[in-house]
Design a protein around this ligand. Structure first.
Ligand code: DGY
Length: 328
């Protein structure tokens, strides 16, 4: 075992005070801002730690390029960019940032629901384009009070959305394949099919896994009420976007609010973007100054803990930790 400090590859911009914390336990190497993946891989030959965004695929090829890797700290709660089975097989701890972004994502979800119900984007565009007083205003919206919200995935974020929806007077249904502790909110469980049939707004809050890929496709959309709306702040591929486009074009559902798409950023001619009944945001669920700072703190804390020989605050494959926290 060497006594040199471990090498940490820091592939995202980190504020100086937090970078100093990493330097307290490791020698830091960093690719230039927005470097291509190959440039990051080239820095991994000796790296025992990697701090990165969840846009970087952590696959077998990356792990081959990083034979000493012990920890990947993902800046984000979602870790669908990681081949978790392969990382676990190789004893690499995968860390993420749960909890600290729950409220921000729930707030944005309500923002999307309100954007749809009160036509916020259309109304703002109507004023911005100088139409006020000149052409008829956008059609009327609808009240949330008394409507039914169906939440698919009732973990931390799903439950935070439920609390907000209840405060707006909505009835809340939920569906989850996992058994969570008592939800602590006045929400009723349903099968996915019943939730889709009964809800006025369906909101998705599941992790992207092979099981949830295209969880909402043509047959699920066909169960929704013709006047219902779909909201997705989880991951784009949870929805079959081609099927959603069809459902929206042919009026099988009333509209959609999307913070995530199957391909991000979308092609300029992505047809969903041109539909008047769709609001698309550029994957900004966690994009508040406070939340991003808390995510950074946690992501750095995860990296520093493992490289410093301690269990990290948030690890998705804790079975790797006994080995990962020891220097190789
Ligand atoms: C997350 O943390 O997973 C959010 O989607 C931001 O990437």
């Amino acid at each position: 075992m060497t006594t040199d400090p471990p090498v940490a590859c820091v592939a995202i911009a980190v504020p100086p005070a937090l970078l100093a914390r990493i330097r307290g336990v490791a020698t830091v190497v960093s690719p230039p801002i927005a470097a291509p993946r190959e440039a990051i891989l080239a820095l991994l030959a000796d790296a025992e730690g990697l701090l990165c965004s969840n846009l970087l695929p952590i696959d077998a090829a990356l792990m081959d390029a990083a034979p000493r890797l012990r920890v990947v700290s993902n800046f984000g709660v979602g870790y669908n960019n990681v081949d978790l089975e392969e990382a676990t097989r190789r004893g690499i701890a995968i860390c993420n940032t749960p909890g600290v972004l729950t409220e921000a994502v729930a707030d944005l979800t309500l923002g999307l629901i309100l954007s749809l119900s009160r036509r916020l984007v259309e109304n703002a565009d109507f004023v911005r384009t100088g139409n006020w007083g000149k052409t008829p205003p956008p059609p009327l919206g609808f009240d949330l009070g008394g409507r039914t919200l169906g939440i698919v995935g009732f973990g931390r974020i799903g439950r935070a959305v439920a609390k907000r929806a209840l405060a707006f007077g909505m009835q809340v249904l939920y569906h989850d394949v996992d058994t969570w502790p008592e939800p602590g909110v006045a929400a009723e469980p349903r099968s996915l099919e019943d939730l889709l049939r009964e809800s006025d707004v369906v909101s998705l809050h599941v992790n992207l896994t092979p099981e949830t890929h295209h969880l909402i496709g043509a047959s699920q959309l066909s169960l929704m009420k013709p006047g219902a709306y779909l909201v997705n702040t989880s991951r784009g591929p949870v929805v079959d976007q081609a099927a959603l486009l069809d459902a929206l074009r042919f009026g099988r559902i009333a509209g959609a609010g999307l913070d995530v798409l199957e391909v991000e950023p979308p092609a300029a001619d992505e047809p969903l973007l041109a539909l008047p009944n769709v609001v698309v945001f550029p994957h900004v669920g966690s994009a508040t100054a406070e939340t991003r700072a808390a995510m950074m703190e946690l992501a750095v804390g995860n990296l520093v803990a493992v490289l410093g020989g301690q269990p990290p605050p948030a690890c998705v494959n804790p079975e790797t930790l006994a080995k990962a926290i020891q220097r190789r």
